[in-house]
Design a protein around this ligand. Structure first.
Ligand SMILES: Nc1nc(=O)c2c([nH]1)NC[C@@H]1CN(c3ccc(C(=O)N[C@@H](CCC(=O)O)C(=O)O)cc3)C=[N+]21
Length: 282
């Protein structure tokens, strides 16, 4: 048996086609959405991600506002750029690409919560806890959307999330337990005594630990859906948290690359368009 693919790359293309129509409708109303990015330093991975986001925007008619700072940039210089984008009416929303090497909590907190298309501002994470509407974190929502668009049942499912990071694991638990998703979630982490015993119960496994190959075939219930969110570089190659033999046991697997990574970009684009649509209604 070999698992079916949760194809994030193809789903990104589908979502871009849908969003291109919504962007065209906004332009008919005189509104052009704009995405800003703030990048500090010269990490090659970060440059690739930011470049990919701007390419996505260009394809669907969203304007790009790109601010690249040298690795020597100070906290004050980065904060000045954030202030500038907060005030720029052409900038619908923006992200501060991580890592910056600076005080990230201070940077994130300085972004106007209404322009926080990463959904990582403390106010927006607070809204998520409270169940209020606001921009949602891209990777967790992208993971849910990837399952939904492949017909994987979430309501009532036993979901095991491996990893409690602020960008994926922690918010994913909050999202999946909302009434609209209705999953039962177990959040595993480095303090979990017996990871395998938890994963074995799961209908859906989300591997977001950042430990290459931590999820192996013997841990997976036959037919389960397995999302590989981890990104590590091993010998210069992107390597996920899911061992290759999992494909022999699982019903669905998201490849890595071409799985959750492109879905993160799809949700960033979606957040931009939704903010622009909200401004059109105002
Ligand atoms: N403020 C902020 N927001 C982010 O959303 C953010 C961030 N910081 N810092 C870094 C992570 C990482 N991230 C990815 C986005 C796209 C792919 C992606 O599309 N990857 C492709 C190609 C992977 C490759 O070959 O290198 C794929 O999976 O197929 C991956 C990872 C967003 N991040």
């Amino acid at each position: 048996m070999t698992a079916q693919t949760l194809d994030g790359a193809a789903t990104l293309e589908t979502i871009k086609a849908e969003l291109a129509q919504r962007v065209a409708a906004l332009k008919d109303q005189g509104i052009t959405p704009g995405l800003g990015t703030v990048l500090v330093g010269d990490d090659p991975g970060s440059h690739w991600y930011v470049g990919a986001k701007h390419k996505d925007c260009a394809e669907i008619g969203i304007t790009s506002i790109r601010r690249d700072l040298p690795a020597t940039a100070t906290q004050a210089e980065a904060e000045a750029v954030i202030d500038e984008l907060n005030a720029d009416s052409a900038c619908t929303g923006f992200i501060v690409q991580q890592p910056t090497g600076l005080d990230e909590f201070a940077l994130l907190s300085r972004v106007d919560p209404d322009k926080d298309v990463d959904g990582l501002h403390p106010t927006n994470l607070g809204k998520l806890v409270l169940g209020e509407s606001g921009p949602l974190p891209c990777t967790p929502v992208g993971s849910i959307e990837l399952l939904r668009r492949h017909g994987v049942e979430i309501a009532g499912a036993e979901v095991v999330v491996v990893g409690r990071g602020i960008t994926v694991g922690r918010p994913l638990g909050l999202l999946l337990t909302r009434r609209s998703e209705n999953a039962t979630v177990t959040l595993c982490h480095t303090g979990t005594r017996d990871l395998a015993s938890h994963v074995r119960q799961a209908d859906v496994v989300v591997a977001a630990a950042g430990v290459p190959g931590i999820i192996t075939a013997d841990m997976v219930k036959p037919g389960a859906a397995v999302l590989d969110v981890g990104v590590s570089r091993v010998d210069g190659k992107v390597t996920g948290d899911v061992a290759p033999d999992v494909w022999d046991v699982a019903g669905w697997v998201s490849p890595n690359p071409k799985g959750v990574g492109p879905m993160t970009r799809a949700m960033l684009l979606t957040n931009i368009v939704e903010i622009a649509e909200k401004s059109a209604r105002a």
